[in-house]
Design a protein around this ligand. Sequence first.
Ligand code: 7TS
Length: 405
Amino acid sequence: MDVKAVRQLFPILDQEVNGHPLVYLDSSATSQKPLTVINALEDYYKLDNSNVHRGVHTLGTRATDKYEGARDKVRKFINASSVQEVIFTRGTTTAINTVAYSYRSKLSEGDEIVITPMEHHSNIIPWQQTAKATGATLKYIPLQEDGTISLDEVKATISDKTKIVAMMHVSNVLGTVNPVKEVAKIAHQHGAVMLVDGAQSVPHMKVDVQDLDCDFYAFSGHKMCGPTGIGVLYGKKQLLENMEPVEFGGEMIDFVNLYDSTWKELPWKFEGGTPIIAGAIGLGAAIDFLTEIGLDEIEAHEHKIVTYALQELRTIDGISIYGPEQRAGLITFNLDDVHPHDTATVLDADGIAVRAGHHCAQPLMKWLDVTATARASFYLYNTEDDVDRLVAGLNKAKEYFGDVF
Ligand code: 7TS
């Protein structure tokens, strides 16, 4: 992959921040957008803007074709067997909430929901709420010391009482890549369904939902070069057909009578109201972009950068790095005696963007015995120079705060 050429496709990267060339190391929070995605949004609004699924007029037909065309791009991208299995949502959070809310009618006391302590809040709280509403019990698969999950612990936690297993594919804090295919198999042996939070995997590696044999898979467009406000819930058709929608109104109905109504077929049953038309079209353009570069290329590039970054960061005295050796393209760390917010502020003064905080993973912070961390996350446009700038910035932060402490 020619990173220099790739960087030129992202206009935002070509700027100075606080007098320094921007180094963007916060793609796990949201990725930057290539020109093709920006142009797709602009073209849609300039040329085709119209509501979908209703008009006979030309613009309406064009908008509908583009919106449904984007759904087919998603289907191919994750290898779903049918477009009926691809539901557009506002993002990962909405996708997980849709399943958790819909499953309230299927759970009762004695049932168990199994998750892990490394989950993002959006894969914890919906299950807490569903457990409270139904009397089901929420159980956690304990983590290994290095921040991975062992299949022995998975087998010990999942039982015939388990109805749902929900797990992230890649941790946004530790970079752990979880064995979701094996976990899905164990879940199925006990008759449970498996939901995978793919927010940090789909943008960075090839994902084949049929090969993983997961039942639900959730991800966000904005972390994969697409716009904010669009995401996907993949679900096996037979399961989605047996689920109640969670949003009711226009677009999702077949017939409405005074006291009862019937629902449209999949996937529209789960897409109440005017859908996220521009967002879906932008996501389609992002998928074209990522496919053209190749997910294998992107993964290999990130692996090279994160390996170099690990090596270089370890040269800094007093740095703690969290997570396993084998990891996706992100590194979470702390400097001794420096609050991560201060670290991020010093880096920002040098034009380097990292995230500091709890990363929406407070239970994991507790497990790590910290209140917050700093995080550098990499994507296809990052370079070894970016890593060098980060290391120089961190040494500066240490010097600066070393005087204070
Ligand atoms: N799941 C994981 C694993 C995530 O990393 C995130 C967002 C979400 C779910 C929620 O995605 P959303 O698009 O619905 O908001 N993670 C982060 C992050 O690590 N820093 O900012 C957002």
